[in-house]
Design a protein around this ligand. Structure first.
Ligand code: HEC
Ligand code: HEC
Ligand code: HEC
Ligand code: HEC
Length: 182
């Protein structure tokens, strides 16, 4: 056996052994009934919140705002050619909350243009209002809990496919002449 073949064999043995070890550890932990710590289900934020728009969210979450700003989601309205910017067939995927009572209505709703925060976190007026009452000091654990419980870390539905799923190649609702990728 060549040196490199022996090394390869040794690596494989180590890999298999560590695989067995991991499997054994998992088995032992599940046998004691403590395999995976139960993650507490996220409480449902209060219902009836209205959309407030990206500017409001950014006032407290500037870091997340800057990260979002770099993604295509921040530009998904601006990339619509002018003649489509009022077309309902486009707005449902290129704005926030179009068709919902407090969602995007028209050109004055600049803070709901594009795929903004509330597309993924859900409408957050209540969250925003509650947090504004907290003042400037470091939050108490209780305040932090209240802040977290008033907004989804991620809205519990497969929101991505509402805009990204297409039936098959070429069936995208984006007009073919405007697509840069197929
Ligand atoms: C007045 C300040 C303020 C405003 C405005 C605000 N938030 Fe928050 N937000 C907080 C605080 C405080 C927390 C809890 C501590 C933390 O996670 O930073 C929080 C937490 C969050 C979380 C984490 C939730 C979790 O379960 O961990 C998300 C997501 C969030 N905010 C989204 C938003 C969105 C979307 C908006 C706009 C609709 C918004 N926030 C507006 C202060 C604010
Ligand atoms: C309301 C509609 C909508 C929803 C919901 C949505 N997206 Fe998008 N997304 C878009 C549009 C429109 C673009 C095109 C932006 C562009 O080309 O610049 C896009 C672009 C992207 C891109 C390319 C990013 C980039 O920076 O260029 C990725 C990746 C993506 N989305 C992932 C997701 C994921 C993951 C989710 C769910 C968590 C999601 N999207 C939810 C509409 C949406
Ligand atoms: C079902 C959701 C949906 C609808 C409706 C929709 N789009 Fe899109 N659009 C997207 C997504 C998602 C992207 C991101 C690129 C991708 O994933 O195909 C996108 C990308 C685009 C782009 C960037 C193209 C590229 O390839 O970079 C343009 C321009 C565009 N759409 C225009 C429109 C117009 C105009 C309409 C209305 C006639 C429209 N879209 C309707 C979801 C949609
Ligand atoms: C395409 C979906 C999407 C959009 C748009 C989006 N987020 Fe998030 N955001 C997420 C997801 C998913 C997480 C959870 C990441 C994780 O599990 O740690 C998250 C996490 C957060 C958190 C919790 C702390 C952290 O950084 O993990 C805050 C606060 C937040 N987002 C604020 C915002 C704000 C403000 C905007 C708009 C400027 C925004 N998000 C836009 C999907 C999104």
């Amino acid at each position: 056996m060549s040196r490199s073949a022996r090394t390869a064999l040794a690596v494989m043995v180590v890999m298999i052994l560590s695989g067995v070890l991991v499997a054994a550890t998992v088995a032992v932990r599940s046998a004691t009934g403590q395999a995976v710590p139960q993650q507490a289900a996220e409480p449902a934020p209060p219902e009836g919140q209205t959309y407030t728009g990206v500017k409001d969210c950014a006032s407290c979450h500037f870091k997340q705002y800057l990260a979002w700003k770099k993604t295509g989601h921040s530009k998904s309205f601006d990339l619509l050619p002018q003649q489509y910017q009022a077309n309902p067939a486009c707005l449902k995927c290129h704005t926030t909350g179009f068709g919902e009572p407090t969602g995007y209505k028209g050109p004055t709703d600049v803070n709901l243009q594009g795929t903004t925060c509330e597309v993924c976190h859900g409408p957050g007026s209540n969250h925003s209002e509650v947090c504004k009452g907290f003042g400037k000091e470091k939050l108490t654990p209780e305040q932090e809990r209240i802040a977290r419980d008033t907004i989804w870390l991620m809205i519990p539905k497969n929101v991505c496919v509402e805009c990204h799923a297409v039936q098959g190649h070429g069936e995208s609702q984006t007009p073919p002449e405007l697509r840069t990728k197929q």
